[in-house]
Ligand binder design. Structure first.
Ligand code: UD1
Ligand code: UDP
Length: 354
């Protein structure tokens, strides 16, 4: 079994860590890094600390407009596929690297495995929604984290090749939680007490690229009544500069993006998590920390329906009200994202299907 895996963005490196381990135990993997994320804190740090194999190919595509970035990736992934002639191609999630990898393979009749298939926000203005819908429709194996994703696919007429395997992010989270206990150090250098701060992440284009939404969120952050830690995504750094907005609340510690082990520590020790990230919503659920999501909808609907996550959009008052009032009793919430052995399951399914 020879599989080409295409990754390019931070959450994909984290997801690749457990899957690459499982793939390389069963066959040959060729890892391709598109270069969508390239800062050390957005890329190298994950390869080093999670022991992800050094990519066999680095395409150095970098930051471009959607069409140019996706097009460059498509052209360069195709070259890799023509040279390597793999049995299958594997992609994760919903980024431009995902659709570029999947499309390059589909056009060459190389079967595509999509990890995190069937997720939907039903908001086609999100670039991620377009990427994930298209990728699902050209995949042979659709690895769904939950039954909700299976239902979404069925409504679009996709039933063949659909497997509920759980979520590889839980594999990564469980595997690295113990490592984080010994190696994470970010909290040592910050003047905050455990369980008394809000962990914030903010990067989603629908928030950062809309001046009104960004302003409403920054207003809320500047009025937070308790300390906060904000590892800031480079997209948000540049959008704040462009819009002339800034974080003026002295209790909000704005830091560079952190590695995964530090992030796990920040999540476990937080009183609350305030985010617009897909992955961080799930990790809040895994760590049993209440999550407030600055979006109008979420793909991770189970976290909301079990009462562990609250959607507040980009509304200053709703954000502040949720920070003051939102509480979660995790004692009766089941584990809905599998058993942490998703990587092995999906690799076995690909192997059997070849
Ligand atoms: C991308 C994904 C998004 C995912 C996110 C994870 C798409 C369409 N979006 O969004 O789904 O949630 O990754 O973090 O694929 N930049 C740097 N250094 C880097 C990377 C980015 O400075 O290493 C800056 C550049 O100014 C760039 C901007 O961030 O233009 C946005 O990067 P891009 O990869 O286009 O989108 P993300 O917002 O990171
Ligand atoms: N993450 C990290 N350091 C940070 C911010 C996030 O390691 O400074 C991790 C986070 O724990 C999660 C993943 O990055 O595993 C989420 O990525 P992101 O929020 O960029 O993208 P999304 O999940 O929204 O696509």
């Amino acid at each position: 079994m020879k599989v080409v895996t295409v990754v390019g963005a931070r959450p994909q490196f984290i997801k690749a860590a457990p899957v690459s381990r499982a793939l390389r135990a069963e066959g040959k993997e060729i890892l391709v890094h598109t270069g969508q994320h390239y800062d050390k804190s957005m890329s190298d740090v994950f390869f080093e600390e999670l022991e992800i194999p050094i990519p066999e190919y680095h395409l150095h595509v970098g930051s471009l407009s959607h069409g140019a970035q996706t097009g460059e990736m498509l052209r360069k992934v195709e070259e890799v596929l023509l040279a390597e002639k793999p049995d299958a191609l594997l992609v994760y999630g919903d980024t431009n690297s995902t659709i570029a990898g999947a499309l390059a393979a589909a056009k060459l009749h190389i079967p595509v495995a999509h990890v995190e298939a069937g997720l939907r926000s039903f908001n086609r203005r999100m670039p991620e929604e377009v990427n994930r819908v298209m990728t699902d429709h050209i995949s042979k194996w659709l690895f769904c984290p939950t039954g909700t994703a299976v239902n979404h696919l069925a409504k679009e007429g996709i039933t063949d090749g659909v497997h509920v395997v759980g979520d590889v992010m839980l594999d990564a989270f469980n595997y690295n939680t113990q490592l984080a206990e010994g190696k994470a150090h970010v909290l040592r250098d910050l003047p905050v007490q455990a369980k008394s701060y809000v962990l914030i992440t903010l990067h989603r284009a629908e928030n950062t690229d809309d001046p009104n939404r960004l302003k409403a969120i920054v207003n809320a952050i500047n009025q937070l009544p308790i300390p906060a830690i904000l590892p800031l995504h480079p997209r948000t750094v540049s959008k704040l500069k462009e819009s002339g907005l800034s974080i003026t609340n002295d209790n909000v510690h704005v830091i560079n993006p952190v590695g995964y082990l530090d992030m796990i520590q920040l999540e476990f020790q937080a009183k609350l998590i305030l985010t617009d990230s897909g992955g961080v919503q799930k990790e809040a659920f895994f760590a049993q920390v209440p999550c407030i999501t600055m979006r109008d909808e979420t793909e991770w609907t189970e976290t909301v329906s079990y009462g562990a996550n609250k959607l507040v959009g980009a509304n200053t008052d709703l954000i502040l009200q949720a920070v003051s009032e939102f509480k979660v009793d995790f004692s009766n919430i089941p584990s809905v994202f599998g058993d942490g052995r998703t990587a092995e399951k999906l690799v076995e399914i690909i192997k059997r299907g070849l």
